[in-house]
Ligand binder design. Structure first.
Ligand code: SAM
Length: 212
C-alpha cells in the first residue's frame, strides 16, 4: 500500500515538472502576468512614498463600505471642515461630502489623487466642497479642521495622536478606522472586527491626558 502511494506521488510530481517544462510559453506568460500585476500594484500603491520616512509609510488600502458607514455614523450631527489624512481614491471624502461636510483629502500618491479629482468632476462634486490636495499630511498644519478621518496603520497612531493634540481645535472630532489611538479615551465606536471605527473628542482627550 505504502509502495503504491509513493509511486502515485512520484508519478504526479514528475508530471508536474514535465507539464511546466513542456509549456515554456505558459511559464513565460504566467511570469509576465505576475510582473504586470506587481507593476500595477506598485503604480497605484507606492508613488510619492520616497519623500516619507520609512517608519511613517502607509500603503494604499481602501476603506470597506461597512467601515465608511461606521465612520459616517460617528460624524452624525457634525458641521464644518473635514480632512481625510491619506485620502486614497477619495471614498471617505465623498461620503463625508454627502452628509454635508466641507472636505479636503491629503494624498501623496499622484495616481490616486488624479483618480479622485476626475471622479469628483465626473460626479459634479464642486471643488469648493470636496478638494484633493497633493500634500504630505505630516508636513501640513491641521488647525483649520474640526473633523478628521484616518485609516492608516497601527504603528503610527501614537505619533499621529501627538500631532493632532498639538494642532486641532478644542471642538474637533477624530474618527479612527480599524486602528484606534492607543492612549485616548473614545467617545463612541461603531462596528466590529476590521470595519470598526472609533470617535474621539479632542477636548475630552486633552482633559483625560492632563493637557486641557
Ligand atoms: C490605508 S489608505 C486609506 C485610503 C482612504 N482614506 C480610504 O479610507 O479608503 C492610506 C492612504 O494614505 C496615503 N498616505 C500615506 N502617507 C501619507 C502622507 N504622509 N500624506 C498623504 N497621504 C499619505 C497612502 O498613499 C494611501 O492612499
Amino acid at each position: 500500500m505504502e509502495d503504491s502511494t509513493e509511486f502515485i506521488l512520484q508519478d504526479q510530481g514528475s508530471r508536474m515538472v514535465h507539464s511546466s517544462k513542456d509549456n515554456p510559453i505558459l511559464t513565460v506568460a504566467t511570469g509576465a502576468l505576475l510582473a504586470g500585476l506587481y507593476g500595477m500594484w506598485t503604480m497605484f500603491a507606492l508613488p510619492g512614498f520616497r519623500k516619507v520616512p520609512r517608519r511613517l509609510k502607509v500603503p494604499y488600502l481602501p476603506s470597506s463600505k461597512a467601515q465608511i458607514v461606521n465612520a459616517m455614523q460617528l460624524l452624525e450631527g457634525r458641521r464644518g471642515q473635514l480632512v481625510d489624512l491619506g485620502s486614497g481614491d477619495g471614498r471617505l471624502v465623498f461620503a463625508a461630502y454627502s452628509v454635508g461636510l466641507q472636505c479636503t483629502g491629503f494624498e501623496i500618491n499622484s495616481m490616486l489623487l488624479a483618480y479622485a479629482r476626475v471622479k469628483a468632476r465626473w460626479t459634479g462634486v464642486p471643488p469648493s466642497q470636496a478638494n484633493f490636495v497633493n500634500k504630505d499630511f505630516w508636513k501640513t498644519d491641521l488647525s483649520n479642521y474640526n473633523n478628521v478621518t484616518v485609516f492608516l496603520a497601527p504603528g503610527l497612531m501614537e505619533v499621529l495622536g501627538e500631532k493632532l493634540l498639538r494642532e486641532l481645535p478644542d471642538d474637533a472630532r477624530v474618527i479612527a478606522c480599524r486602528f484606534p489611538f492607543p492612549q485616548w479615551p473614545h467617545r463612541a465606536s461603531q462596528g466590529d472586527g476590521l470595519d470598526q471605527a472609533w470617535a474621539y473628542d479632542i477636548s475630552t482627550v486633552r482633559s483625560a491626558l492632563g493637557q486641557a
